[in-house]
Design a protein around this ligand. Structure first.
Ligand code: AMP
Ligand code: GLY
Length: 425
């Protein structure tokens, strides 16, 4: 089997690394990839938003299938473009990708299918602010309708802040056109978890639950980022909550999309808030999470290539999805200033030493520079390690982090900490 991975982050390096180890795989290609993906795959430069270019590439490489990492090509219709040329691909068609690319579409879909989620209203013009802003009390969540690279959600503490945010967002000043329509929704309290399934449209393979850490600083302080670290631990969900998520969220979602005539194929990522009233959907993504993928594939014992190929071909072999018993933690190392502006080109040392400690270091924003590896993005590396217990996996990841250095390196010191308090209950 030859496989093409689309994307350049830690998620894509982790996929390439695991796919290369899968039995039956002869070659893995990654477009455009990064300095780490280049170790596990043949990296090819390219514009991942140019759909004909991507389809030509998959065709000329004669790959068995392509897996799409990020949301933007999915929202642009890469799966439709590939399907039109008979090319196998893991990911949903454009119409199904609206579950992620339009918050309004997702909320209305959930309302229609009675999927538990926060009560909401849509804001389209300044007058709507007066009508709806106070309906759900404060704090309140304001969400840009369109894709906004993690910057489209503002949790406003009070009415003044909510009005100001809604006004500037609607004017296109916060996240551009993505914010010209908004969702205002009830604020939910609880613990967050990422629940991911891979589906061929009908059957699905359930991945173990993970927890991301979106805020830049310890104790969930500071601005939201793409994700500062994640751990994978089956104990995040009780069997009862897991069953609820499957029956009240996953099944009705897949059924609802199937009813449109264009089933959902690919990864359905359900962002959940575990509230006192049960699990509620915060968001859908139509792809794997980053950094959730890093601990997920690290702990996988099944054949990822076989699993993905079966989903792409519409005959899911869910048995190929198997994980070892322990827990896994991934700590993301970022450039100083991220998620704001940050410097690039800082030389990174100690990756080999970190891996000698037993961790796997997945690359995100890295590139080769005169024979060395240098920073090239906000999120730079994802140091990932397993353990029998969550505490052990955290210790293994953090002791490997100590070996790595680049100027201005930042990371959270509390990845996994919330899970430890759960283990004590
Ligand atoms: P989303 O992109 O919709 O997942 O939102 C980004 C982050 O904002 C989530 O991971 C939550 O931490 C937070 N958030 C979103 N919606 C709500 C809500 N209704 N109540 C509380 N927090 C929320
Ligand atoms: N880690 C959150 C995301 O991938 O959207």
């Amino acid at each position: 089997m030859k496989i093409l991975v689309i994307g350049s982050g830690g998620r894509e390096h982790a996929l390439a690394w695991k796919l290369r180890q899968s039995e039956g795989v002869q070659a893995v290609y990654c477009v455009p990839g990064n300095a780490g993906a280049a170790i596990d795959a043949s990296c090819i430069p390219g514009d991942i938003l140019s759909l004909p270019e991507m389809a030509n590439l998959a065709e000329s490489l004669k790959v068995s299938f392509t897996v799409v990492g990020p949301e933007a090509p999915l929202a642009a219709g890469i799966v439709d473009a590939f399907a039109a040329r008979g090319l196998a691909v893991v990911g949903p068609v454009r119409s199904a990708a609206r579950l992620e690319s339009s918050k309004i579409f997702a909320k209305e879909f959930m309302r229609q299918h009675r999927i538990p989620t926060a009560d909401f209203a849509v804001l389209e013009k300044p007058a709507d602010i007066d009508d709806h802003i106070g309906r759900f009390g404060f704090p309140v969540a304001l969400k840009a309708d369109g894709l906004a690279a993690g910057k489209g959600v503002v949790l406003a503490k009070n009415e003044t802040e909510a009005r100001a945010t809604a006004t500037t967002m609607l004017a296109g000043e916060v996240v551009g056109p993505a914010g010209r329509r908004l969702v205002v929704e009830q604020f939910l309290r609880g613990e967050e978890t990422s629940f991911i399934v891979l589906t061929d449209g009908r059957d699905f393979c359930i991945f173990p639950p993970t927890q991301d850490h979106k805020a830049a600083f310890d104790n969930d302080q500071g601005p939201n980022t793409g994700g500062m670290g994640a751990y994978c631990d089956p104990d995040i969900l009780t069997d009862e909550i897991r069953e609820t998520v499957i029956s009240r969220v996953v099944e009705p979602t897949l059924e609802g999309v199937r009813a449109t005539g264009q089933p959902f194929q690919g990864f359905l990522y359900v962002g959940l808030m575990l509230t006192g009233d049960g699990p509620m959907v915060l968001e859908f993504n139509v792809r794997l999470g980053d950094p959730e993928t890093q601990p997920l594939v690290h702990g996988m014992t099944g054949n990822l290539a076989q699993l993905l190929a079966s989903a792409a071909e519409g005959r899911l072999d869910a048995g190929a999805g198997e994980w070892k018993a322990g827990k896994t933690t991934c700590v993301v190392l970022t450039s100083e200033g991220y998620p704001g502006s940050y410097p690039k080109g800082r030389i990174i040392t100690g990756i080999d030493r970190a891996e000698a400690c037993g961790a796997k270091v997945f690359h995100a924003g890295t590139r080769f520079h005169q024979g060395q590896i240098a920073t090239a993005g906000g999120r730079v590396l994802g140091v990932t390690a397993g353990g029998d217990t969550l505490a052990e996996s955290m210790e293994n990841a953090y002791s490997a982090v100590k070996e790595i250095h680049f100027d201005g390196m930042h990371f959270r010191r509390d990845i996994g900490k919330k899970g430890l308090s759960r283990a004590r209950l």
